[in-house]
Design a protein around this ligand. Structure first.
Ligand code: ADP
Ligand code: MG
Length: 320
């Protein structure tokens, strides 16, 4: 079967069947933000994420320092999405032979800065010469007392996000516009746009301080509609999202206006915001925005006039 037909998520579903294991130590295998294994002192989370040149980044508008930061940040986000605390990081690099050691030092300066902030130790990795483009692949290990899965959402739960959506996708568009500037399209960098660009190049994951009562959680890496669909699929439930409740930043709104872009499309389908999306029976949560609720079946977007239309899992998916 062509990968373009089944997509990244169809492939992962197949891998889930191929990798079935009966080991008693596995609390959670393929299919969530991290795997979870049982250790003598509790639960250990393990997650891996890759950044590929030409797919995830373009060296004409990102620095090595920013790449080092992002390689760790995207993994931290997955541990936070399980309610865990990140602890140990391994970074694998595939480096084109034309680079010099200063470039790699910058990667580690960026990674160490965010590692220090969260008290994470970089304990290993692997280094190879790459024949085609730069590759960073990180594995992060963390721990927690409990596991917050994608599969625990129940009918009647409220749906929350912890921060604004669409900033990263808008930041990327501005960066690509900047590339186009060379060809005559003018897109000046202002304090507003630099916030958006930073949100794309250097995401800052923030953990939930209190996780009691949270029934399911995921980080928004591929876009709200896709990531919420993962919660719905795994929990076997539906969802309603109120469009006017989706939080967006002032910078995002201004940029969308200036560029004549439909803002909601970016907020619903733009990826890489690395905020947390979670469900809870409680209607109010500190430091989070209530954007909808879990229903028995169906997936709907509701506009300000109360008009309902169903949504599909659209956003960023590899191979599609
Ligand atoms: P996230 O977007 O949160 O990083 P992914 O969509 O990358 O999550 O992965 C979803 C699940 O699929 C995870 O459990 C991950 O470990 C698993 N997975 C992804 N790629 C592979 C692979 N090549 N082999 C085995 N498991 C994989
Ligand atoms: Mg994730």
């Amino acid at each position: 079967m062509q990968l373009s037909k089944i997509g990244e998520f169809g492939l992962i579903k197949k891998l889930r069947n191929l990798c079935k294991s009966t080991s008693k130590g596995i609390l959670l295998g393929i299919g969530d933000d991290t795997a979870a294994i049982k250790t003598s002192d509790g639960i250990t989370f393990i997650t891996s994420d890759m950044l590929l040149e030409g797919v995830h980044f373009d060296l004409s508008f990102t620095t090595f320092y920013q790449l080092g930061h992002k390689a760790l940040a995207v993994n931290i986000s997955d541990i936070f999405a399980m309610g865990g605390k990140p602890k140990y990081f391994l970074l694998n690099l595939g480096i084109p032979g034309t680079y010099n050691s200063r470039d790699i030092r910058e990667i580690y300066r960026g990674a160490m800065k965010i590692a220090d902030r969260f008290d994470i130790a970089i304990i290993g990795g692997d280094t190879c010469a790459s024949g085609d483009g730069f590759v960073l692949s990180g594995t992060l290990i963390g721990d927690a007392d409990r596991i917050i899965r994608r599969s625990g959402a129940g009918e009647g739960d409220s749906i929350f996000v912890t921060g604004p959506l669409g900033d990263s996708a808008m930041g990327l568009m501005l960066l690509e516009g900047e590339g186009a500037k060379v060809k005559g399209c003018h897109s000046p960098i202002t304090p507003h746009t630099s916030y958006l660009i930073r949100r794309h190049l250097m995401p800052e994951p923030v953990p939930l301080q209190k996780t009691s009562g949270i029934t399911s959680m995921i980080d928004v890496s591929d876009g709200l509609l896709i990531d919420l669909s993962h919660i719905c699929d795994e929990s076997n439930v539906g969802a309603i999202i109120y469009k006017d409740k989706i939080p967006v930043s002032r910078e995002f709104t201004n940029a969308a206006k200036r560029l004549g872009i439909e803002p909601l499309k970016f907020a619903l389908k733009g990826g890489e915001d690395y905020v947390l999306l979670f469900t809870s029976p409680s209607k109010i949560k500190k430091n989070a925005f209530r954007i909808g609720e879990i229903i028995k079946k169906g997936r709907f977007l509701v506009d300000t006039k109360g008009k309902k239309r169903s949504f599909k899992a659209e956003g960023y998916e590899h191979f599609k």
